[in-house]
Design a protein around this ligand. Sequence first.
Ligand code: CUA
Length: 167
Amino acid sequence: MNEPPERPPTTVYLYELAWILPSIAIPIGMLAALTVTAFGAGIHLPSHAGRVSPTQVARTAPFDNPGLTRIGPGRYEVVMTSQIWTFAPGEIRVPAGSTVTFIATSRDVVHGLFIPRARVNVMLLPGQVARVTTRFDRPGEYPMFCHEYCGIAHHTMWGKVIVEPAP
Ligand code: CUA
């Protein structure tokens, strides 16, 4: 009879430890970062801020009257609808240094509102109201795009924010 080969004693090797410790430390670090940014700094994803019947958007306030409103010094609100293949309003003018809140929804299919130069990136879902706030500090044109495929002319669905030099 052969003797079974001798097994090495169970040991956590240093190189195993070098993987195990970071794989515990990294999720803990990420969770801590998430907690600090969400609850400490108040940073959140642009989330849905209510619901609206997708077939009644054009008859439901505030979407029955889309457009730009000044709500305070340097503060604006844009009520926006998206529909194949336009944004309403498609052109927005604000002075430099403005803080603008977009309140937007879709009248038909899934669209998106993407303003790369202003770090706005939100889906516009039929039935849901999206709300996102950003600041326009530098004068110039800020193109806004639909970034969800919404049909044959999706690529033509865009508009712009024109930021004028502060008076
Ligand atoms: Cu709207 Cu793509």
